[in-house]
Design a protein around this ligand. Structure first.
Ligand code: PLP
Length: 394
């Protein structure tokens, strides 16, 4: 009944867990949700005011397909201010979130018989963005002890004459890993040698805790085949406003605009006005949020490592930790064998009402993803309850 392309993709595991948590909450249960992929902060007031003003001023109509000119210009200023990137407004397209930006770019560049490199563990949507185009996602191993930087031997062995692109996501969802500039430069050299399109998903660019973030395109003189994706979602707690953007080669941007024009027409007009304020208005919120996340990272990493047989590396960014739970696989809880991380995630949910996401959905079977976009109180409670439960697994 359905077109073949829809069978090539899976529902988003993270959105499914969020829905499950909401469902349990609606039944009055006291759920601790560590599955969330969005800041637990409200959108700053100045941004909300800008949206209200936009509505009162009549900015409630269609906008140009790739976004309002003033917003595209604001993005060029933001890219210069924060990332030292030089782009012209016609090298920018605004879309309905970073997700939509990445989706559009995959549609424009990839097709059947192409292969696209994705580093594993990966954000759940990358393989599906690629598969839906008919291209094949090819997974490359990373090193968990080095912020999930590429295993370069594996990378070199996976590139073929069909490889057309490579997707980098640092800071990463799900691991929180932040690659060193050295690892990025090496990846860019390999990509250039094989003439690959490089996608840099930088939606967590403002959330690094140990080093200042470096945008990938600044690490090479040859930016022709680099597309940079950023978003208002995580930086300004604007996940529901759906504003993300792509910077890159103007012909690609034009092709993406053509596709967007025939799908969503344009991003939401009110949200675009809000995004303008977000990007060039007062930036204090961003550092305040970053400081809170940094404190919580310490709390959760230390707490997890105090639980017997859990191993959690200290991720450099985003708001996720990715503890290794391998020890608990093939052990028993209440007489039932835990076969996968998904089984363990389900036990945590059923027995302790803690919502996590199993590593299986990110291509990493022996891990759980925990988000620390949750209060310190929730994090402390979750750690205590997890410990209680895990000690009962034999
Ligand atoms: N890229 C990564 C790695 C993400 O984790 C997300 C959201 O979770 C996105 C992109 C897309 O975010 P948005 O579409 O809200 O900008």
């Amino acid at each position: 009944m359905f077109a073949e392309r829809i069978n090539r993709i899976q529902p988003s595991a993270t959105l499914e867990m969020t829905a499950k948590a909401a469902d349990l909450r609606s039944k009055g249960l006291d759920v601790i949700n560590l599955s969330v992929g969005e800041p637990d902060f409200n959108t700053p007031k100045n941004i909300i005011e800008a949206a209200k003003k936009a509505m009162d001023s009549g900015f409630t109509k269609y906008t140009p397909g790739p976004g309002i000119l003033d917003l595209r210009k604001a993005i060029t200023k933001k890219l210069k201010r924060d990332n030292d990137l030089d782009y012209d407004y016609n090298e920018i397209i605004v879309s309905c979130g970073g997700k939509h930006s990445l989706y559009n770019a995959c549609q424009v560049l990839f097709e059947k018989n192409d292969e696209v490199i994705i580093f594993s563990p990966y954000w759940v949507s990358f393989p599906d963005f690629v598969s839906v185009t008919g291209a094949k996602p090819v997974f490359v191993k990373t090193n968990s002890k080095k912020q999930y930087e590429p295993d370069f031997n594996d990378l070199n062995s996976k590139i073929t004459s069909s490889t057309k692109g490579i997707i980098i996501n640092s800071p990463s969802n799900p691991t929180g890993g932040v690659w060193s500039n050295q690892a990025i430069k090496k990846t860019l050299e390999i990509s250039k040698k094989h003439d690959l399109w490089v996608f840099s998903d930088e939606c967590y660019e403002q959330l690094t805790y140990d080093d200042i973030f470096t945008s990938i395109a600044t690490l090479t003189d040859d930016q022709k085949k680099i597309l940079t994706f950023q978003s208002c979602s995580k930086t300004y707690a604007m996940t529901g406003w759906r504003i993300g953007y792509t910077a890159g080669n103007k012909n690609i941007i034009k092709a993406m605009s053509k596709l967007q024009g025939q799908s969503t027409s344009c991003p939401n007009s009110i949200a675009q006005h809000a995004a303008m304020e977000a990007l060039i208005g007062n930036q204090d919120f961003v550092s305040e949020m970053r400081n809170v996340f940094k404190k919580r990272r310490k709390l959760i990493v230390e707490g997890l490592n105090q639980i017997p047989n859990i191993n959690c590396d200290n991720p450099g960014g985003a708001f996720y930790v990715f503890p290794n739970i391998e020890y608990y696989i093939n052990k028993n809880y209440k007489g039932k064998k835990i076969k996968t991380a998904a089984d363990l995630s389900m036990i945590l949910l059923q027995e302790k009402l803690i919502v996590t996401v199993a590593g299986d959905s990110f291509g990493a079977n022996n891990y759980l993803r925990l988000s620390y976009a949750a209060s310190e109180n929730d994090i402390n409670n979750a750690l205590e309850k997890m410990k209680e439960l895990l000690l009962k697994i034999k």
